[in-house]
Design a binder for this molecule. Sequence first.
Ligand SMILES: [Ca+2]
Ligand SMILES: [Ca+2]
Length: 67
Amino acid sequence: MQSQCIQGPNNPNPRSIALIQQLFAAADLDGNGTLDLDEVHTIFDRADLNSDGKIDFEEFRRHIEGL
Ligand SMILES: [Ca+2]
Ligand SMILES: [Ca+2]
């Protein structure tokens, strides 16, 4: 059952926070604690599997599951 992984903002569940930390750490390629535009672009390009310049939900989901 994966459907309850992501809760709304009113429910600060530890799994959401862990996921956010995981996403941030994965995006922070040089590990300096901040994201710069190059890092965001790199992550975007990785997530955009069909290179159409957009990330649809399926691509987003697969990207997160692949972390
Ligand atoms: Ca960084
Ligand atoms: Ca795409």
